[in-house]
Design a binder for this molecule. Structure first.
Ligand SMILES: [Cu+2]
Length: 186
C-alpha cells in the first residue's frame, strides 16, 4: 500500500514531457516557492547587530483613539544580553514599553522603566496581553493594511528602523490572552 505513491511518481517521470515543458514546470515551481518564502504582507523581518526583529505589527484604531499597540518578536543571536531602551515613531507623540500585571484582581498595564532585556541567545515576544509597545498621543489613526515606520533603540545593537504593519482591529496576533482592551485613558 505504501508503495503505491512512489510508483505513481516514477511513472510520471518515465512519461516526462519535452524539455521545454519541464522547464516551464520548474519555473512555475520555483516561482511558487519564492512566493511562499518571500516575506510578504504578513511576515517581515529586520536585523541590527545580533538582533532579529520579526513581524512588527500594530492594530487599526477606532476614530479618535489616542493610543495604539505595537508588537513584534526579537531574537538575540549574540552571546551577550541586550536591552530595548526606546521607541520612536512619527505616528505618535510618544511610544512606551508596557508590561501587563494583575492588581487587585484587575488586569492593568504599566510603563516599564529601564528597558526590556533581551537575553543572550533568547527570544522576547511583545504581544497583546504581555509586554507590548504603546504609541501614545496618536497623530493619526493607523489604517489596516498600511505600514508605518518606527525606530527601535537597543543598548548594544543600536538603532534600527522598522515598519509596523497595521492589522485589523480584532487581531490578537495569536496571543493567548486575546484582545483584552485595556483602559489607556489618561
Ligand atoms: Cu499598554
Amino acid at each position: 500500500m505504501s508503495n503505491l505513491f512512489p510508483r505513481a511518481r516514477a511513472c510520471a517521470f518515465r512519461d516526462a514531457p519535452p524539455l521545454g515543458l519541464q522547464r516551464l514546470g520548474l519555473a512555475v515551481f520555483v516561482l511558487l516557492l519564492l512566493l511562499a518564502c518571500i516575506p510578504g504582507a504578513r511576515a517581515h523581518e529586520f536585523k541590527v547587530g545580533d538582533l532579529e526583529i520579526e513581524h512588527p505589527w500594530s492594530r487599526a484604531t477606532p476614530p479618535g483613539a489616542k493610543v495604539a499597540g505595537g508588537y513584534f518578536t526579537v531574537t538575540n543571536k549574540g552571546s551577550a544580553p541586550d536591552r530595548l531602551l526606546s521607541i520612536s515613531s512619527d505616528i505618535s507623540d510618544k511610544a512606551e514599553l508596557h508590561a501587563m500585571g494583575v492588581k487587585d484582581g484587575v488586569m492593568t498595564m504599566r510603563p516599564v522603566s529601564g528597558g526590556l532585556e533581551i537575553p543572550a541567545g533568547g527570544k522576547v515576544a511583545l504581544k497583546p496581553g504581555a509586554y507590548h509597545l504603546m504609541f501614545t498621543g496618536l497623530k493619526r489613526q493607523p489604517k489596516q493594511g498600511e505600514k508605518f515606520p518606527a525606530t527601535l533603540t537597543f543598548e548594544k545593537a543600536g538603532s534600527v528602523k522598522v515598519e509596523f504593519l497595521v492589522e485589523g482591529m480584532g487581531e490578537t496576533g495569536g496571543g493567548e490572552m486575546g484582545d483584552m482592551d485595556m483602559d489607556h485613558a489618561e
